[in-house]
Design a protein around this ligand. Structure first.
Ligand code: SAM
Ligand code: SF4
Length: 345
């Protein structure tokens, strides 16, 4: 009976949204120190014993896909390529099936370091596509933002992902006022030349304390104005209802093909009403929102012998209380204690 009950569960909240997109963080560690995400000295990393094992990660993915209606799984971090067993985890998740018998779509958000050597194996294991973070195309500027001089490795990772068929390769950029606004046009030219989709993500108050302010983040309208100085843009809406990026068609221009560009305006034009995400941190805490100040511990029951049905019920029950919005504009807004890399972006 419990299995039958569980088959009818889904990750529905009291505002009518249903989560089908699982963000699974595989580690809180990273080999870069992007200024908007992490302090220069890094963070107090999770002890290995607190981090979900491969078997625990796959079990949670199996519960989500097999019972709770999830049909997309994205691995993130920290830097998910730091997980040596990533290929094995991807392979195990690719073998999962939804109750309808379909395989989940599997993607990866990465800084691209080391991807050059692993793209083919990851594709072979069942990875469908990648999003790669790239905040500048000038080497010095990249090094200033990431606090590591690694731009050539990232570009090698982008090229390897394309060659391996991990497409569409999407590039993610965070613009910061006075830091890399001048990179917006060269970044879009770089992406168009290579046939990638560039997406600008508005900087959110999820980095080191006191590094975000309303004056420092570059809102969507301003990003569009920066791009319009060089490119002709036509709005084409969102990919689908839940896709966070608003897309623009970019006309071909002298020396460059056309393409599309996206802006994820989480701060200036929140899309919480269409959110279809559920998140698991590297230490097995379920979060309904990046900005949640509460988490639901799935690791403890997992390790205490709870059944799949128990875990599914806990996950679904906590999702019911997902807040309507992230509340950045509310009086008294407090960012969560964990920053982006520890949550899983
Ligand atoms: N290390 C991988 C990477 O950089 O792609 C995956 C984890 S990272 C936390 C995921 C995404 O979050 C990246 O695209 C990164 O640019 C973005 N990010 C990190 N801190 C952010 C912030 N404060 N505001 C907006 N986006 C942020
Ligand atoms: Fe690492 Fe990604 Fe954060 Fe940069 S944005 S410090 S690559 S987790």
């Amino acid at each position: 009976m419990p299995a039958t009950v569980a088959q009818h569960l889904e990750l529905r909240d009291r505002h009518g949204r249903v989560a089908r997109d699982l963000r699974l963080s595989l580690t809180d560690r990273c080999n870069l120190r992007c200024t908007y995400c992490m302090p220069a000295e890094g963070l107090p990393w999770l002890p290995t014993a607190d981090t979900l094992t491969d078997a625990e990660v796959v079990r949670l993915a199996r519960i989500a896909v097999g019972t709770l209606g999830v049909d997309q799984v994205r691995f993130t971090g920290g830097e998910p390529l730091l997980r040596r067993s990533l290929e094995d985890i991807v392979g195990a998740v690719a073998a999962l099936r939804t109750p309808g018998g379909t395989r989940p779509e599997i993607s990866l958000t990465t800084n691209g370091l080391g991807l050059a050597h692993r793209a083919t194996a990851l594709r072979g294991a069942g990875l469908d596509r990648v999003n790669i973070s790239l905040d500048a195309v000038e080497r010095e500027r990249y090094a200033q933002i990431a606090r590591r001089d690694r731009l050539p490795d990232v570009i090698a990772g982008i090229d390897a992902a394309t060659a391996a068929g991990l497409t569409p390769v999407k590039l993610n950029t965070v613009l910061m006022r006075g830091v890399n606004e001048d990179q917006a046009v060269p970044l879009l030219a770089f992406a168009l030349e290579r046939g990638h989709q560039l997406r600008f993500i508005e900087q959110m108050p999820l980095g080191p304390r006191h590094t975000w302010s309303r004056d420092a983040f570059v809102p969507s309208a301003e990003i569009r104005a920066l791009l319009a100085a060089r490119f002709a843009l036509t709005p084409i809406g969102r990919d689908d209802d839940a896709a966070p990026a608003t897309l623009w068609r970019v006309d071909p221009s002298p020396g460059l093909p056309g393409g599309t560009v996206g802006i994820i305006a989480s701060v200036s034009e929140p899309f919480c009403g269409a959110c279809d995400r559920t998140r698991i941190t590297a230490d097995g805490q379920m979060r309904t929102c990046l900005f949640s100040r509460t988490e639901t511990d799935l690791r403890t029951p997992l390790r205490a012998g709870a059944s799949d049905e128990d875990i599914a019920a806990l996950w679904a029950g906590a999702t019911w209380h997902k807040p309507a919005g992230h509340g950045i504009d509310d009086a008294g807004f407090e960012p969560p204690d964990r920053t982006m890399s520890a949550i899983g972006g």
